[in-house]
Structure formats: structure tokens, C-alpha cells
Design a binder for this molecule. Sequence first.
Ligand code: CA2
Length: 149
Amino acid sequence: MSTVFVLNGPNLNLLGTREPAIYGSTTLADIEALCRAEAGKHGLSVDFRQSNLEGVLVDWIHEAGKAFAAGTLKGVVFNAGAYTHTSLALADATKATGIPLVEVHISNVHAREPVRHHSFLSPVARGIIVGFGPLGYALGIAALASLTA
Ligand code: CA2
């Protein structure tokens, strides 16, 4: 069975516990369940992870690249959190691997502070989904599932 990596960056482990006005009351565990349900509809399995460490996320992108090259990975759904706006390293890793990556944000980053309008990942992403809340993760999985091998 082909796999989708769903990777989450810093502070997303706090979802559902703080700032519900921006991020809602859904927890990361709820989002993981949503992802598994969506992936199941497409015959895909999910490898769901979260880290607060940039280097760990870089390593996971490299791991995804190897799995993609081996033909076992369909692609990556990535909410890089605040690293979206700061990390050339994550963009370089994504570009180097050539993996199909869907950049997801729960909030509409373009309706927020200007610092959130720029993404280092967007130029190397296959596509971008912002502002649809946790549904964005499911939309990202459906988009990857629709890509031909
Ligand atoms: O909207 C998104 O998904 C973001 O990636 C979330 C990041 C933010 O830095 C990006 O600009 C947009 C922040 C994730 C932190 O999530 C929290 C959840 C609850 C309480 C505090 C932070």
C-alpha cells in the first residue's frame, strides 16, 4: 500500500488547547484521525508526525524523498507552522528530494500579519491549501491521491 507522510511543525501539538479563535478546538489527534479516514478512502496509509525541531523536519523530508524514490510514498502533506515563513532549509530539502508536497495551513495566512504572507515552501510545493481549517489536511491527501504515478 502506498503511504502519505503528514508532517506537522512547531507548536501544532498545542492545537485544541490554546487560541481557539484562530485555530479552532480540533486537536492534532483529531486531525490524525481525519487524515487516516481520508487516506483510507483512497487506499493509502498515513505516517503522521509532529516535531518542534527544524532539523528533525528536514530529516523527515529526506526520509520521504527516499520512500518516494523507492515507490512507496505518494507524497507529503506538510504544515510547517512558523517554519513556513523562516526556513530555507526545509525548502532546500523539499526541492532536493523532488517529492510532491502539499503545503497546508489551518488558518488563512494571507488574512493575518504580513510576516505570514511569505512562504519559503510555496515555490517548491506541488500545491497549497490555506484557510479551510483541519479540512485542509484531508484536501491535501485527496490531491496527492489524484496525482498519477
Ligand atoms: O495556520 C496554520 O496552520 C499555521 O501553519 C499555524 C502556525 C503559524 O505559525 C502559521 O503562520 C500558520 C502556528 C501553529 C501553532 O499552533 C498553535 C495552536 C494552538 C495554540 C498555539 C499555537
